[in-house]
Ligand binder design. Sequence first.
Ligand code: ADP
Length: 262
Amino acid sequence: HIYLVTLAGLGQGAARQVLCTFRDTSAEEAAEAMRRDFVANVSHELRTPLTALTGFIETLQGPARDDPGARERFLSIMAREAGRMNRLVRDLLQLSRVEAEERVRPRDPVDLAAVLASVRSTLRPVAEGLGATVRIDAPAGAIPVPGDHDQLVQVFSNLMENALKYGTAGQEVRVTVTREPSFRGPAVRVAVADRGEGIDPVHLPRLTERFYRVDSHRSREKGGTGLGLAIVKHIVARHRGWLKIDSVKGEGSTFTVILPVA
Ligand code: ADP
């Protein structure tokens, strides 16, 4: 804000006005604090698997050198930790790419029906491993939306994978597609619903923050990076859409994405 203050009756014909500038820096400070938190979080997330890898390398070079059983065991733990680092770096790159492009709305013609079917078939091994199924209820035929194909695959892959991961073994994940006539014009609504553990309402507002997890141990155990929903939020925003989360603890969760079609 810039204020021009006139000081009536002061001075002798000389300067009677004073220019006062006040700048509200709280938004900048909040952004800077977020950036610091993010760097601290990334460092911590990378250091955990790195420490494990370094420890196992030392053990393999020393005490476990001549123990084939221990070597096998340690190598498989090392592969898991390296996989964790790989996923983290992949998600960080994805997040920064989406953020960089957020102002540009993607408008390639994408068939949402094909996107959902391909995500379901990619996740089939995961679903089968859990004895779960993914059911898609959608209008027949193509469902065209303007967007970025790979990013929409990413959105529904993250949501369906979460529904399977945090669901109950043997359950059905249900994906329902409906037309939405009145979301800033015509739109498509996709709801991904699970009958899993559900989420306590206190967590809902923060769920799409980077690295926010309801249960860090459980997320890590399931190979989560804590970035999946942050990526979903940014991609949906880039598509000028809307993400809504409904959940009842102990009953399950529904993640709804609304995408404008025009
Ligand atoms: P993660 O890699 O930990 O799964 P996400 O950003 O995808 O990270 O999700 C953030 C957190 O939200 C998860 O750690 C989990 O606690 C919670 N969450 C996400 N999806 C579901 C779901 N379908 N049911 C219950 N909790 C969920």
